[in-house]
Design a protein around this ligand. Structure first.
Ligand SMILES: [Zn+2]
Ligand SMILES: [Zn+2]
Length: 168
């Protein structure tokens, strides 16, 4: 979805209000099945426009500890400058985004911001106890009495020595 900002360059300088639900494509879209709401205002700056507001969405995540699916509410600030002085080929090297055709591509913006926001390792809860390494049970749901094998490095070294002696 593209938001035309051409009118900000004319005599009408009133800010543009944006309130849109965007359904991103690809991997990001799969993580946000209900789409992402963009709430922002776009105003005029020298040689371009400035967009300010936020994204809101609910991400379908998988906990890295217990492997259960959970929903993570997402809120990302939008503080983006777009300038006609930035060529699209220089976009990666510039803090200011290129303004192409005097319109803002909301889908591109949403995907960009959500990729930056994506946590490296999502956990359903800071207190998530994860999965038992012995029986594979979800420790949040069922307590188990499994004893994790404790390997003492010094004893492991000693048993290796004894084995080598026996083999000689
Ligand atoms: Zn978990
Ligand atoms: Zn267990």
């Amino acid at each position: 979805m593209k938001i035309p900002v051409d009118r900000l360059f004319g005599s009408d300088v009133e800010a543009i209000e944006v309130d849109q639900v965007v359904q991103p494509a690809g991997d990001v879209g799969a993580r946000y099945p209900d789409g992402v709401r963009v709430l922002a205002t776009i105003g005029r700056i020298s040689h371009g426009v400035y967009m300010e507001g936020q994204l809101e969405g609910v991400e379908a995540e998988t906990c890295v500890r217990c492997l259960e699916a959970f929903k993570r509410p997402t809120r990302v600030a939008i503080e983006e400058a777009f300038s006609e002085d930035v060529a699209p080929k220089d976009a990666l090297f510039s803090a200011v985004s290129p303004l192409v055709g005097r319109s803002i591509d909301l889908d591109d913006l949403v995907v960009q911001l959500l990729e930056v926001d994506e946590p490296m390792a999502a956990v359903c809860d800071e207190r998530c106890k994860g999965i038992c390494a012995v029986c594979g049970g979800n420790r949040n749901l069922t307590g188990c009495d499994c004893k994790e094998p404790v390997i003492d490095e010094r004893l492991a070294g000693l048993s290796r020595l004894l084995q080598e002696r026996d083999n000689n």
